[in-house]
Design a protein around this ligand. Structure first.
Ligand code: BES
Ligand code: ZN
Ligand code: ZN
Length: 497
């Protein structure tokens, strides 16, 4: 979908449909002249109560040829004092999808024109554009029947009465960020047998080439030479080679490493998942795909930072050679892991990646993104990720970025007791805790990871909930959400401030 910015009066735009944002109560005075041309049609919808402007309500009317636009969608924005950027982003998605469902090909919208406390046109245009670009994402490449019935919105025009330059800046940012999020969604939505470790390598090479980034790819032999015992152990049950991919964007001095869990498919391994839990486990590569998206977006936005995206990638399968409960694995750091459960594989591959990145790059901070635990989904659901770490400044920065981007994170504690719970019997650490029913699953997993970071500010973001959703949201479809790109990009943008 194309996104355009145009200066002018929405009344005079020739398009399939104009979208007019309306608060609860009565029509906005700025639409008086337009409503005059419709003989007060909008006003009478309000007075009859057919449309009240309540948040998320929509009403489509025809202009009967009285305006250059053929149709109007009235978009309820809710209460003026409660309106904020996230509501605008949601309405961007909801109205674009509604227009598409009615068969409109191009729409023009003025929803960012309304007053919002402490917020400039740039941020408003960005939020609106993000909503529309993210909301209209579809994953339809595998459909072969009735494809003519799939409706497509071709363009959305944001119409500004003034401040065109600011709105353009917002839209440019939205375009880069949303296209990246949609790219990440597609990588994650791709079936595990198609987007394999080799497939992801191809994608990473393409991103590196297109954005002019440095890339290193370690295959099985290099991983053996380097001693990536964790990644190799998890890979043993799979017929497909593992990869460790590093993509680097150097735009400034401050070095931030983003490490993403890349389990192409999590069957559980020999501790096989029951069918209902295994379905959807192609999402277990979301951390790695998001890390790739973050370095891509940082480069396209030319952020003044040095981003190192590091992605350990393998399937977790129960093949003949699969690693087994009771095995002991020697990781890159030389620390040993006792395998208590082969389904707690994410932390095993991250152990190598975290210590390799810390030792090799000496970054100012490490942020890992991982669909790590069902326990985190149980605790927080889908509206926030869990964040844990060893550095309060880093954690505060992520929380701030989360609130600003509305990809929220909620801090969970890192008590010493959790470290006690993951001590090994015969090795240094164990990949599951000693708690008999898997209690405190999200935080004991974080305690495990923390033992592989020596002295660098580090934060672990458990995205198992928000990376994948089972119902449609205002600007995300069922399936992969691309969660984490907007969060970490915002964090990187805030660094200089
Ligand atoms: N990939 C899963 C976690 C997950 C669950 C991601 C639900 C997305 C949605 C992870 O590898 C896993 O299997 N974790 C186990 C750990 C347990 C065996 C200690 C879990 O959370 O049950
Ligand atoms: Zn698992
Ligand atoms: Zn997993």
């Amino acid at each position: 979908m194309e996104l355009r910015i145009q200066q002018g009066n929405i009344e005079s735009i020739k398009t399939d449909c104009i979208v007019l944002g309306m608060f609860e109560g009565k029509p906005d005075a700025r639409h008086n002249s337009l409503d005059g041309k419709l003989s007060g049609g909008i006003g009478s919808l309000f007075s009859s109560g057919e449309f009240r402007g309540e948040f998320r309500t929509l009403k489509a009317i025809t202009t009967l040829g009285r305006l250059p636009a053929k149709n109007i969608i009235l978009a309820g924005l809710g209460k003026k004092e409660e309106y904020d950027l996230e509501k605008l982003r949601k309405m961007g998605g909801i109205t674009a999808k509604y227009a598409r469902s009615l068969g409109f090909k191009d729409i023009a919208t003025d929803m960012h024109e309304v007053f919002m406390k402490d917020t400039g046109v740039r941020d408003k245009a960005q939020a609106l554009a993000e909503g529309a670009l993210l909301g209209t994402y579809q994953f339809i490449k595998y459909r072969t029947v009735e494809t003519d019935k799939i409706k497509k919105l071709i363009s959305v025009t944001i119409v500004c009465s003034d401040n065109l330059q600011e709105a353009k800046k917002g839209a440019d940012r939205a375009r880069i960020i949303s296209n990246t999020v949609n790219y990440v969604r597609t990588l994650v939505n791709e079936p595990a047998s198609i987007m394999t470790s080799l497939g992801l390598e191809k994608e990473a090479r393409k991103v590196a080439r297109e954005c002019g980034l440095k890339i290193q790819v370690f295959g099985k032999r290099e991983l053996e030479r380097l001693g990536f015992g964790g990644l190799l152990a998890v890979n043993r049950g799979s017929m497909i080679e593992p990869r460790f991919i590093i993509v680097e964007y150097v735009g400034g001095k401050e070095k931030i490493a983003v490490v993403g869990k890349g389990i192409i498919f999590d069957s559980g391994g020999l501790d096989l998942k029951p069918a209902p839990y295994m379905d959807g486990m192609k999402c277990d590569k979301a951390g790695a795909c998001t890390a790739l998206g973050i370095v891509k977006a940082a480069a396209e936005l030319k952020l003044p930072v040095h981003v190192i995206a590091a992605m350990p990638i393998t399937e977790n399968m129960p093949g003949n050679m699969a690693y087994k409960p009771g095995d002991v694995v020697t990781t890159y750091s030389k620390k040993t892991i006792e395998i208590g459960n082969t389904d707690a594989e994410g932390r095993v591959i991250l152990s190598d990646a975290l210590s390799y990145v810390e030792k090799t790059f000496k970054p100012g901070a490490i942020i890992d993104l991982a669909t790590l635990t069902g326990a985190c989904v149980a605790a927080l659901g889908y509206a926030a990720a869990g964040v844990m770490g060893n550095d309060s400044r880093l954690l505060e920065g992520l929380k701030k970025a989360g609130n600003e981007s509305f990809e929220r994170v909620w801090e969970l504690p890192m008590y010493d007791e959790f470290k006690d719970a993951i001590k090994g019997e015969i090795a240094d650490v164990r990949n599951i805790s000693s708690y008999p029913k898997g209690e405190a699953g999200a935080v004991t997993a974080a305690a495990f990871l923390s033992t592989f970071v020596e002295s660098t500010p580090w934060a672990h973001i458990d995205i198992a909930g928000p990376a994948w959703i089972n119902e449609e949201w205002p600007y995300a479809l069922k399936g992969a959400t691309g969660y984490g790109v907007r969060l970490v990009v915002r964090f990187l943008e805030n660094l200089g401030k």
